[in-house]
Design a protein around this ligand. Sequence first.
Ligand SMILES: NC(=O)c1ccc[n+]([C@@H]2O[C@H](COP(=O)([O-])OP(=O)(O)OC[C@H]3O[C@@H](n4cnc5c(N)ncnc54)[C@H](OP(=O)(O)O)[C@@H]3O)[C@@H](O)[C@H]2O)c1
Length: 288
Amino acid sequence: MTIVITGATGKLGRHVLEVLRERNVPAAEIVAAGRSVEKLDDFAAQGVRVTAMDYDDPASVSAALTGASKVLLIASSEVGKDRPGQHRTVIEAAKAEGVELLAYTSNANAEINATILGVDHKATEAILANSGVPYALLRNGYYFENWTDQIQGTLAQGVLMGSGGNGRVNAATRRDLAEAAVAVLLGEDQAGKTYELGGDVAFTMAEFAAEITTVTRTPVVYRDLPAADYVALLTSFGIPEAFAGILADSDQGLARGDLLVEGNDLRTLIGRPTTTPADAVRAAVSTS
Ligand SMILES: NC(=O)c1ccc[n+]([C@@H]2O[C@H](COP(=O)([O-])OP(=O)(O)OC[C@H]3O[C@@H](n4cnc5c(N)ncnc54)[C@H](OP(=O)(O)O)[C@@H]3O)[C@@H](O)[C@H]2O)c1
């Protein structure tokens, strides 16, 4: 069996590679594809085939997928580009290769998720539906790390800011989502399955701020901002305006409930309770 991971050079991809190795998948059966392949020297040293691949270069995609039996297509991070077109390149290469399964990292509630990011995932799901490729959908929920990567700044200011209103979300760690992806890649009869992947615990942003307070014993409150003010704040931190707009748009989706995942697909796939908000905060504080 040859399992190809695209976007393997990213943060989710690295977790997936780690989990595959922990599950004793031989390094020789794993192909790790991405652009910044120097990030994967440690996996190359284990015998994983690390290969340069750009979604915008169909020849590199075909070469990376040569011999693949299963593919994990980790969605492109190039927001603003034609991401569905980039994903189509991988899907067409997978079809040409006759893969047994392509698993795609979509996003929560892709059918109704009206965020800017959600629209690209819905379009990719439509391409898959018409592709003839056997596929599974990993509709990944919101990463805890979107907040916890900034934990030190949040603690220093005593304020978590956003535009999510009173919306509820059940975030998940990249690690949990990577374990779910590996369960699907290594599982039987996964073609045609759709997984909505969120954490066991749903919360509002204010509740998450309270959780940060409890875990760190540092008072943190949630300050909700109108979308335009939130964009202005993010741009004042040096975030490009277009990307700030996308982040604010995601928060508006959170406010609407677009990111709230029903069911327990994540817990079921990983075979244990999902990482709690408290544990996500604890891990971030201990590593930052
Ligand atoms: N659920 C959420 O909350 C959430 C949050 C952020 C992102 N996402 C989505 O989930 C995906 C994975 O998350 P992540 O944390 O691993 O993101 P990440 O660390 O930014 O990784 C993105 C990956 O996409 C690859 N990539 C981007 N453009 C590419 C191209 N033209 N050709 C080939 N590879 C390309 C990058 O490759 P190089 O680094 O080698 O260039 C990298 O491996 C993201 O790409 C994004 O679509 C979800």
